[in-house]
Design a protein around this ligand. Structure first.
Ligand code: G3I
Length: 343
């Protein structure tokens, strides 16, 4: 029963929910399709966050629809909005085993693939020089459902460059901006289920190996796409963050939301459970290392990726983010204030 699983957490003070500590930047992914037309959405972003990150507009399928072109138009309104409102802008993502664009995944040789990486990263980072200092350099390097702690995610980069594609991406990014923040970003490492545990072990192994090879990453991104029905492995997450910090790396929470498809339909109960799950996760992260950023993957339920894959059987809209469809704050928003604003 969902409520029971959270009951204990509801009564005990969670580690890490510190008060009166210096503020931690709060961020949100930004949907560039509606940024120019939805004034309430713009106002909510300007009011509630310090950092925005394009949800899609800086990805290969937007910047590189064709091999011989770079298109920075899709992300331009988001970059302008950040400047206009004094918000930091994060970059997501320079290298990812995503199926799009097709031409990239069709590359047939090590030479072509290496050339594309060496062309893309400097050009994109250079375009945002002076505005974007923090990049998800490599996104989701671990296999989606690893069978061992050595399984990396298949894709054009691994296929043609081997597992050193990750080293290569970070070294190129470090050459472009030596003082920048270079993040290795991953999801699905937060819960107690076995697949999360294997993935978390594999992620930590990879991080250790990269550090041992002198690869210039500076931070680890825990995406935090939590499932409302899955218990957080609080000890596992805390130990992971402690280990990352011991390696001299920062921790960022980069894409926090709570997938509520399996939570009760009642709005008040669901909002409470969503907030509890976020609180448990953040409590575990903070108990291991103080994150440099807590970013949610969207700010309002009006625009969220969640129903793409996790529509609710009862037909109700998902309520995965800090603000509801009408931009009103929810319990999840108060959790962010407690952890990041010492409220
Ligand atoms: O813009 C087109 C539209 O013209 C077309 O009609 C429609 C139907 O195909 O697709 C629209 O593009 C979609 C885009 O989201 C905008 O909605 C793409 O197909 C769809 O693949 C894309 O999904 C995004 C996904 O990453 C893949 O890039 C999600 O919005 C975005 O939330 C999601 O974000 C990822 C992070 O980058 C990495 N971590 C996981 C996270 C959630 O999956």
């Amino acid at each position: 029963m969902m409520g029971a699983a959270l009951g204990a957490a509801a009564t005990t003070a969670l580690p890490g929910a510190v008060a009166a500590a210096p503020r931690i930047p709060i961020g949100a992914a930004c949907n560039h399709y509606v940024l120019g037309t939805d004034q309430a959405y713009r106002a909510a972003l300007a009011r509630h966050v310090d950092v925005i990150v394009p949800e899609g507009a800086m990805k290969w399928d937007y910047i590189r629809p064709k091999p011989d072109a770079f298109d920075f138009e899709p992300a331009a309104p988001t970059a302008a909005f950040a400047r206009l409102n004094g918000l930091q802008l994060r970059g997501h993502t320079l290298v990812w085993c995503t199926p799009k664009p097709g031409w990239l995944n069709a590359l047939g040789s090590e030479a072509e693939t290496a050339r594309e990486m060496e062309r893309h990263i400097p050009r994109v980072m250079g375009h945002y020089r002076g505005q974007v200092r923090s990049w998800d350099v490599v996104n989701e390097p671990i296999a989606e459902k690893p069978t061992s702690d050595r399984d990396l995610r298949q894709g054009v980069w691994l296929r043609h460059l081997g597992d050193r594609y990750i080293d290569r991406a970070f070294r190129i990014a470090a050459d472009v901006d030596p003082a920048g923040e270079r993040v290795l970003n991953e999801y699905g490492v937060e819960a107690t289920r076995p697949q999360d545990k294997i993935k978390r072990q594999g992620f930590l192994r990879l991080i250790r190996e990269l550090k041992d090879r002198g690869v210039p990453l500076t931070a680890i991104g825990l995406q935090g796409h939590l499932h409302g029905d899955l218990v957080i492995d609080t000890d596992g997450v805390s130990r992971f963050c402690q280990e990352v910090a011991r390696m001299g790396l920062d921790v960022l929470v980069t894409e926090l939301d709570v997938i509520d498809d399996k939570l009760p339909g009642d709005i008040a109960e669901r909002d409470r459970l969503v907030a509890r799950r976020a609180e448990q996760f953040l409590g575990a992260v903070f108990a291991g290392a103080r994150p440099k950023l807590v970013c949610t993957w969207g700010i309002s339920d009006r625009y969220t990726w969640v129903p793409t894959w996790f529509k609710r059987a009862d037909g109700q809209k998902n309520r995965s983010l800090p603000l509801d469809h009408d931009m009103n704050v929810k319990p999840f928003w108060h959790v962010l204030q407690r952890f990041c604003r010492g409220a």
